[in-house]
Design a protein around this ligand. Structure first.
Ligand SMILES: NC(=O)c1ccc[n+]([C@@H]2O[C@H](COP(=O)([O-])OP(=O)(O)OC[C@H]3O[C@@H](n4cnc5c(N)ncnc54)[C@H](O)[C@@H]3O)[C@@H](O)[C@H]2O)c1
Length: 417
C-alpha cells in the first residue's frame, strides 16, 4: 500500500474526532458512480447529503437508469453529471478522485481493478469479488497502484452493530468465542422481471451453490472478532439444503410450464457455513434468500462474560444483568455504548437507507478519500470476506470438505499493520 495512505481504524474509537476535523478542511471528494440501478441511484441520493462530495460523472448501460440518477443530482441543485455507457470512459477522467461500483456481482472486481489502475480510490458494492483469483487481483492491484479499495459494507455501520463493537472493545462480553449471522432475506421477487425473464440475481442460483452474499453478516462479525487486527479466518466448511425456492416461486407466478420454471436451479434454499478463526472463535453463517421468511441477520455474539442476540434485541451479561439465566432488553445498552460515529452523525443519517447506515458508510468512504486515509474496510477485508463465496461453493461441491482461507494480508493480520 502506498505510504501516503495513513492507517486509520474504526476500532480505534478515540482516533475518530481528529480525523473528522481534518477531513472538513480538505478538498471535496469527486466521486463517479458506475451502475445506477436501484442501489446505485440510492447511493447517489445519499451521497448528495454527504458533506464535501461532488458527483461529476455517472455510468450505466441502461439509459433510463442513468437518466434517473442524473436527474436526482440535478434536482438537488447540482451540476448535471456527465453520463457514460462505458465505464472505461468514466474511469479515464482525470478529475475524479474516486469511483463507486454498484453493478451486478460478476462485474465488481473487473471494474474495481480497472479503476485502481486508472488511479482511482474505489468503493465497491458487496461482494467485492466472486472468485479467489479476483480476490487476489484486487489485493495485488491495490498494493501495486497504492490505490485503496473499500468494501461498502453498510451493515458494519448499523447502530446496534457499532454499539456491540464498542461493548466488545470495552470487554463487556469478555473474550468472544462464537458469532452467528446470516443474510436471511426473501429476495425471490428480485429473481424475475414482470415478463418472467430472469434478472442477474435470478441467474445466480442456476450457476452457483453456496453462500453467494456473505458480507452483510460477516462484515460486522469480522470487526467484532478483530479479523486482520490480530485474528484471521483460517478455514470453512459449508453445506446446502436441497434447491426448491427459485423453481417453486417462478412456477407459482408464471406457471409450471414456463421455461424458467423448468430449469435446474443449483442453489440450495438454506446454505450453512462454519468458519474457524486463528484465535479459536467460531462462526456460523447462513445464506437464506429464496424461502418465505421475515428478514433476520441473526447476530448472536457470544463471549466468556455474556451473549447478545440481534434477532431478539436482548442481551445477558453475567454479574450485570439483573436476573441470572434471563435476557434483558438490549436498547439501554445501545444508548450506553453508542459508537462515536452514531453520536456524531446519527441525526443526519436517520433520513437515509438501512436505518441510517448507508449515510455513515458513504460518509466514511468520502472521509477516507478526502483525507487520503486508508479506509476502515480495506482491500484485505474485502478479499477475505468475499472469498467466502468461492470457498463455500467449493466446500459444497466436495461434500463439505474444509477449505483454507488464503492469507491475503501475507502475515500482516497479526499486527493489523
Ligand atoms: N449494500 C446494500 O445494502 C445493497 C443493497 C442492494 C444492492 N446491493 C448491491 O448493489 C449492486 C447493484 O444491485 P442493484 O439492486 O442496484 O441491481 P440493479 O440491477 O438494480 O442495478 C444494476 C445496474 O448495473 C447496470 N449495469 C449492468 N452492467 C453494466 C455495465 N457493464 N456497465 C455499467 N452499468 C452496468 C445495470 O444496467 C443496472 O442499472 C449489487 O452488487 C447488489 O448486491 C447492495
Amino acid at each position: 500500500m502506498g505510504s501516503h495512505w495513513k492507517r486509520r481504524d474504526v476500532l480505534a474509537l478515540g482516533a475518530l474526532g481528529g480525523l473528522h476535523r481534518a477531513a472538513a478542511q480538505e478538498k471535496p471528494a469527486r466521486i463517479g458512480v458506475i451502475g445506477t440501478g436501484s442501489r446505485g441511484t440510492g447511493l447517489v441520493r445519499t451521497l448528495l447529503d454527504v458533506e464535501g462530495v461532488e458527483i461529476p460523472a455517472l455510468c450505466d448501460i441502461n439509459e433510463a437508469n442513468l437518466k434517473r440518477a442524473s436527474d436526482a443530482v440535478e434536482k438537488a441543485g447540482r451540476k448535471r453529471p456527465d453520463g457514460y455507457p462505458d465505464y472505461r470512459r468514466l474511469i479515464s477522467r482525470e478529475d475524479l478522485d474516486a469511483v463507486i461500483v454498484s453493478t451486478p456481482w460478476d462485474l465488481h472486481a473487473r471494474m474495481s481493478i480497472d479503476a485502481m489502475k486508472a488511479g482511482k480510490f474505489v468503493g465497491s458494492e458487496v461482494p467485492a469479488a466472486t472468485t479467489l483469483e479476483e480476490c487476489w487481483e484486487l489485493v495485488n492491484t491495490s498494493e501495486r497502484t497504492g490505490r485503496p479499495c473499500m468494501l461498502l459494507e453498510n451493515v458494519c455501520y448499523f447502530r446496534n452493530v457499532l454499539a456491540v463493537l464498542n461493548m466488545v472493545e470495552q470487554g463487556v462480553l469478555g473474550e468472544l468465542t462464537h458469532c452467528e449471522g446470516g443474510y436471511q432475506h426473501d429476495v425471490r421477487s428480485l429473481y424475475v422481471l414482470p415478463t418472467g425473464d430472469l434478472t442477474w440475481r435470478g441467474m445466480a442460483p442456476l450457476k452457483y451453490n453456496g453462500n453467494l452474499y456473505p458480507t452483510h453478516p460477516i462484515g460486522p462479525i469480522a470487526w467484532w472478532a478483530k479479523i486482520h487486527r490480530g485474528n484471521r479466518f483460517t478455514y470453512l466448511t459449508s453445506m446446502s439444503s436441497q434447491p426448491r425456492g427459485a423453481q417453486k416461486y417462478i412456477a407459482r407466478r408464471f406457471g409450471a410450464d414456463h421455461p424458467n420454471a423448468r430449469r435446474e436451479y443449483r442453489l440450495g434454499d438454506v446454505s450453512t457455513t462454519l468458519i474457524k478463526t486463528a484465535a479459536g472463535l467460531t462462526v456460523t453463517l447462513y445464506y437464506d434468500v429464496q424461502s418465505p421468511r421475515p428478514y433476520d441477520l441473526i447476530f448472536r455474539v457470544q463471549g466468556t462474560e455474556g451473549i447478545y442476540s440481534g434477532t431478539l434485541e436482548k442481551i445477558y451479561i453475567e454479574g450485570r444483568s439483573p436476573k441470572p439465566h434471563t435476557w434483558e432488553d438490549a436498547a439501554p445498552y445501545y444508548d450506553e455504548f453508542e459508537h462515536p460515529l452514531w453520536k456524531r452523525l446519527g441525526k443526519a443519517a436517520l433520513q437515509h437507507g438501512h436505518g441510517g447506515a448507508d449515510f455513515i458508510t458513504l460518509h466514511e468512504f468520502a472521509r477516507a478519500v478526502r483525507s487520503r486515509t486508508r479506509p476502515p474496510i480495506d482491500v484485505y477485508d474485502a478479499a477475505a470476506w468475499s472469498a467466502i463465496v468461492p470457498l463455500s461453493a467449493r466446500s459444497v461441491e466436495q461434500n463439505s470438505a474444509p477449505q483454507e482461507f488464503p492469507d491475503f494480508t501475507r502475515g500482516k493480520w497479526k499486527t493489523g499493520a
